[in-house]
Design a protein around this ligand. Structure first.
Ligand code: ZN
Length: 278
């Protein structure tokens, strides 16, 4: 019977870590969902709407432009650092993250698959040309100099609340090569995760000996399917999440705790265990 996270980690050294928004909340990037798994804000951008409607792109980029500086300033927190340390100790086979902030790598994790992509890059929907989000930001600010004057709270995808601001006059830069629509390199709602990326995750899952869910309600299918598959093939599953999840009945261990606190406590316990062995 596994009763502590440290115990779970000791017993299963090849962990498949599945990380969600709860990993980054302590970095100032708020969670999508509350403790019951319900949406906290309005739903994020839908792919079809983004691709089809200029107004939707105006709204998206206006919010994104305002939210970006704060998003970009976000720093890895205790949970990211603990996860990187666990990987360095040889305990984490792979981290599959639903987050698009890149904070896992910045904290030092190397075996990371960003399931939903990264906000660092923008791509043309027509020709595939890629540019840095920072370059997009310069273009957005040059075309809309009044935007930085607005301030608002951030969303997990770098969005910000623009309730009081009309975006009808928003000028959205298009692809320099072909004039096509530019979209952040993240998976929007209504869009599929690229197949090769999903295959890589399932391959990693089959190599792992257990799954550790960190800060995800698993309400989104793209992450939930890995936990469901882990349960199907008999892998033990532990989860650290402050609220309910879609897979609570599948867990061997569940900690209703902050990810950083739980991982730090586990590392402390592991440190003591190592000292005892020495
Ligand atoms: Zn293009």
């Amino acid at each position: 019977m596994v009763t502590t996270l440290a115990n779970f980690i000791v017993r299963h050294p090849r962990l498949f870590v599945l990380a969600g928004a709860g990993l980054s909340t302590a970095s100032g990037i708020p969670d999508y969902r509350d403790e019951r798994g319900e949406w906290k804000h309005s739903k994020p951008m839908d792919y079809r709407e983004f691709a089809a409607r200029h107004e939707a792109r105006q709204r998206y980029w206006a919010r994104s432009c305002i939210g970006w500086p704060r998003f970009q300033r976000a720093q890895p927190n205790a949970a990211h650092r603990a996860l990187a340390r666990l990987e360095a100790l040889g305990r984490v086979a792979v981290t599959v993250t639903q987050n698009v902030d890149g904070l896992e790598r910045r904290a030092g994790s190397r075996r990371v698959i960003q399931l939903h992509g990264s906000l660092d890059e923008v791509a043309c929907l027509a020709c595939g040309a890629v540019l840095a989000r920072e370059a997009m930001q310069r273009g957005l600010l040059a075309a809309n100099p009044e935007l930085p004057l607005l301030s608002a709270g951030p969303r997990p995808d770098g969005d910000a609340d623009l309730r009081a601001y009309g975006t009808a006059g928003m000028r959205v830069p298009s692809c320099r090569d072909c004039g096509g629509i530019l979209k952040p390199q993240v998976v929007f709602f209504g869009e599929s995760v690229p197949a090769a990326r999903v295959v890589a995750c399932f391959d990693a899952l089959r190599e792992a000996d257990a799954v550790l869910v960190l800060g995800s309600s698993l309400m989104v299918y793209s992450g939930f399917r890995f936990v469901r598959e882990a349960a199907r093939i008999g892998l033990p599953i532990a989860a650290v999440n402050l609220g309910a999840t879609r897979a609570d009945s599948l867990f061997d261990l569940k900690l209703q705790q902050d990810c950083g606190a739980a991982l730090d406590a586990a590392l402390d316990e592991l440190g003591l265990a190592a000292a005892d062995i020495a």
